[in-house]
Design a protein. Structure first.
Length: 83
């Protein structure tokens, strides 16, 4: 879907996850966990997959650049904490 349930994150949005820059590539339900998940393509650092998890294609990105997170773990690049 185009946005998270609370409207705070959109597809294609640049965000920060665990201090790493990433782009939102998927928003929605997944088979490996409950609730809404956000699929990310990392710009820096090492991910876990290429958008396929347990044989299910959620989005496409280079191998080793994909991760999933829940929206509470993400920060908009415009609102990155400066601690």
């Amino acid at each position: 879907k185009a946005k998270t349930n609370d409207g705070s994150i959109s597809l294609g949005q640049p965000i920060t996850w665990n201090g790493k820059k990433a782009t939102v590539r998927y928003i929605g339900e997944v088979k490996f966990g409950k609730g809404e998940w956000v699929g990310l393509e990392l710009a820096d650092g090492k991910g876990v997959h290429d958008g396929n998890v347990l044989g299910v294609p959620y989005f496409e990105c280079p191998a080793g650049k994909g991760v999933f997170a829940q929206s509470a773990q993400l920060f908009s690049s415009a609102a990155v904490p400066t601690s």
